[in-house]
Design a protein around this ligand. Structure first.
Ligand SMILES: Nc1ncnc2c1ncn2[C@@H]1O[C@H](COP(=O)(O)OP(=O)(O)O)[C@@H](O)[C@H]1O
Ligand SMILES: [Mg+2]
Length: 264
């Protein structure tokens, strides 16, 4: 199911955070990376799609206007995993993932248990299955939260900086797995992410937001990422390379001051 966003505006308190954000599209089976500087409005955009903040504008899943859905139905179809998840419930990893499944799907006994087992295995979480959530490291908790999100099988899965607490091994593992999951289950995966090399490598499509909550560019990584655009949107001097037999590389070299010089 293709998600589309047209003429979306969000005001928080008295601050207009997103202003007429338009022309965004996230296709099933694809990974869309949402990029942009701190405070651009990435989290707010994802929350608006999830229906967690008030907005003006049109957010559709195919022909269905999401504003027309009851809250529970919207949450079943479009799931948002926040930047910081604060689950401290006295549950084991296995129980937490099983419980997440039960929030969106009727109980199926053995089938559910096997599904959770497979998922934990895929995310290399099996050794932690019996561990309480409170006894996990930040990165382990982040991987469990991702397992909880995916087990719900939403049509659109939004993850807010899902790799921020992960070591390099687990960043690659989680992003490769999200990409495979998007393809296999034909869901739209949208990830807010700061690492532009990873965004270029794993995303099919980019949404780039700039200061003041405006859309600066959308398209394939090659269409969106260029040294000139990174200078304009992030105020950095960067190399953007597309080597033939290796993943793309975005190397930030220097922060620029407002006059375009290098900051000391
Ligand atoms: N509750 C709020 N009231 C007023 N302004 C807010 C509120 N929450 C966030 N903002 C502002 O909205 C802007 C966008 O925030 P956010 O969506 O979290 O950005 P990002 O995720 O891109 O870093 C920021 O300028 C932030 O200060
Ligand atoms: Mg954010």
């Amino acid at each position: 199911m293709t998600l589309t966003v047209e003429a979306l505006s969000v005001t928080l308190g008295r601050t207009p955070v997103l202003q007429a954000v338009t022309g965004l599209r996230a296709a099933p089976g694809e990974v869309t990376a949402l990029i942009g500087p701190n405070g651009a409005g990435k989290s707010t955009l994802l929350k608006a799609i999830a229906g967690l903040v008030r907005y003006h504008g049109e957010i559709h899943l195919e022909t269905q206007d999401l504003a027309g859905l009851a809250h529970a139905e919207r949450a079943r179809r479009v799931y948002y995993l926040p930047q910081e998840s604060t689950t401290r419930a006295a549950l084991s990893v296995f129980e937490a993932v099983l419980l997440a499944r039960r929030t969106t799907h009727p109980a199926r006994g053995r089938e559910d248990l096997e599904r959770v087992e497979r998922l934990l295995h895929t995310l290399a979480l099996t050794p932690l299955a019996e561990r309480d959530l409170g006894q996990l490291s930040g990165g382990q908790r982040q991987r469990v939260a991702i397992a909880q999100a995916i087990v719900r099988e939403p049509q659109v899965l939004m993850l807010d900086e899902p790799t921020s607490a992960l070591d390099l091994h687990h960043q690659l593992q989680v992003l490769a797995w999200l990409q495979a999951t998007a393809r296999e289950q034909s869901i739209g995966v949208i990830i807010a992410i700061h690492d532009l090399s990873l965004a270029a490598r794993f995303a099919d499509h980019l949404w780039m937001l700039g200061a003041g909550g405006r859309v600066c560019a959308t398209g394939t990584p090659r269409e969106v990422l260029s040294a000139a655009r990174l200078r304009e949107v992030y105020a950095i001097h960067a190399h953007v390379e597309w080597p033939a037999n290796e993943p793309p590389r975005v190397t930030p070299l220097a922060a620029l001051n407002p006059l375009g010089g290098v900051e000391l």
